[in-house]
Design a protein around this ligand. Sequence first.
Ligand code: AMP
Length: 280
Amino acid sequence: MQIIRTIREMQDYSRKARLNGLKIGFVPTMGFLHAGHMSLVDSCYERADLVVVSIFVNPTQFGPNEDLDAYPRDIERDEALCREHKVSAIFYPTPEIMYASNYSTWVTEDNLSKGLCARTRPTHFRGVTTVVAKLFNAVLPDVAVFGQKDAQQLLVIRRMVRDLNFPIEIIAGPIVREDDGLAMSSRNKYLSREERKDALAINRSLNSVVNLYKQGELRVTELKKVIFDEIVANNGKVDYIEIVTCDSLEDLAIVNEPVLVAVAAYFGNTRLIDNVLLGE
Ligand code: AMP
């Protein structure tokens, strides 16, 4: 497994691989890897001959009062996990390599990047689209895998790829959960034992919504209320609960087409997100 630190070396690596007839897969991450990330690597190998994982805590997707400096990092452990999963190369640039000091070019998606997470993180998706575009230009992949865990991000990236004609196939990987249902996240590390227990309310409430929907409850306000009550009853603070159309993230009153049920909530100071699809 190679560790590649510069953009030039990364591009050379991929160009050589392509000349050798190899299909290049890519899994962008911010590191502190867990089984969710590694499932994306495994599914990437179903479509590619080699897989590049990037590990880059991207400063431009963090807001001024967010956890950029505190974001967990453990490159040795990440390397070991990548070796275990037969990752071909880790692209591991520094912020200085990714962003020149007078950096001034941004990629913005203007529609799907507006609601949900953007309401409390208004500059987040601009950072995501910009860094993913830059990573695509460094890694030059044929296929890239993103997690359904970040459902809005996945849609925004698909839209960017379509709108800007990136010749890259985007694949979605399902949400990987801990045994007790908590969606895996690098940020789970921040949770105290008590908060972690409380945070199970998110998944529990999403499961309740799935069951109610199966029993015929289609009213969005009723379904949202179930989630709100469960989270608040377990010391959580709701950031948002949205039930929106799957592809365009539009509000609706009745679930009469496939919808995304997306939640963001704080347990202590830790903001967690999770979601489920209904009617897919
Ligand atoms: P991050 O390192 O949090 O930026 O995530 C990198 C990629 O892993 C993104 O495409 C995420 O959606 C995906 N991911 C994060 N957590 C999970 C999970 N629990 N299951 C599946 N994919 C995940």
